[in-house]
Design a protein around this ligand. Sequence first.
Ligand code: DX5
Ligand code: ZN
Length: 219
Amino acid sequence: MKNVIISPSVLGADFLNFGKEVQKIKDAGIKWIHFDVMDGRFVKNISFGNLFLERINSQIDLVKDVHIMIENPLSMVEKFAECGADYLTFHYEACKDDVEVFKVIDKIHECGMKAGISVKPGTPVAKVFPFLHSLDLVLIMSVEPGLGGQKFIDLSLNKISALRNKINEEKVSVLISVDGGINDVTGADCVTVGADVLVVGQYLFGHEDFEERYTRLIK
Ligand code: DX5
Ligand code: ZN
């Protein structure tokens, strides 16, 4: 059994049966849940936002792993704290410079959440190295953000591995999460090179065998 956290991305879930989908996550013994917030500006789609999360918050006793694909993340940090996010992960590319990145991280911590930063496939992972001592999580996007169900980009494995080496070298406690195109094969590859968390959408949802699929991810 691998020592890996699975964070099911509800973007792949059946929204008409949302409560049942959450129950499947709990029944499988999964502890995390991943929410993809999109603003139609930083990425082309609009998904759901803080008010949606606020409405369901009290009924979901899982670690809420919230990935905000939005412009101006600093302006929304408090709102996501109010709706119960445990981890708040914003995009490096959404900030104008490193000073702003530090401001967002500090604000997330001030609001009582864990701070994550995400990089798109085209952004070198070394861009987040200056922030490692302040972060709780780095999310490597293994597809272009904005849509579920895309194919895993193999070059992501090099980024995970470089990040793992840097984290070990710096002796910091930062989780490496990978998001996009994860299945039992690509997930295993990510864990081999150092991932701690796998965000999984369409591989888990929309099939009859949720628990079997989860088992294959952690085997
Ligand atoms: C993409 C999202 C992902 C996505 C993962 O912008 O951040 O969380 O929903 O979905 P799958 O596993 O279907 O690629
Ligand atoms: Zn995501």
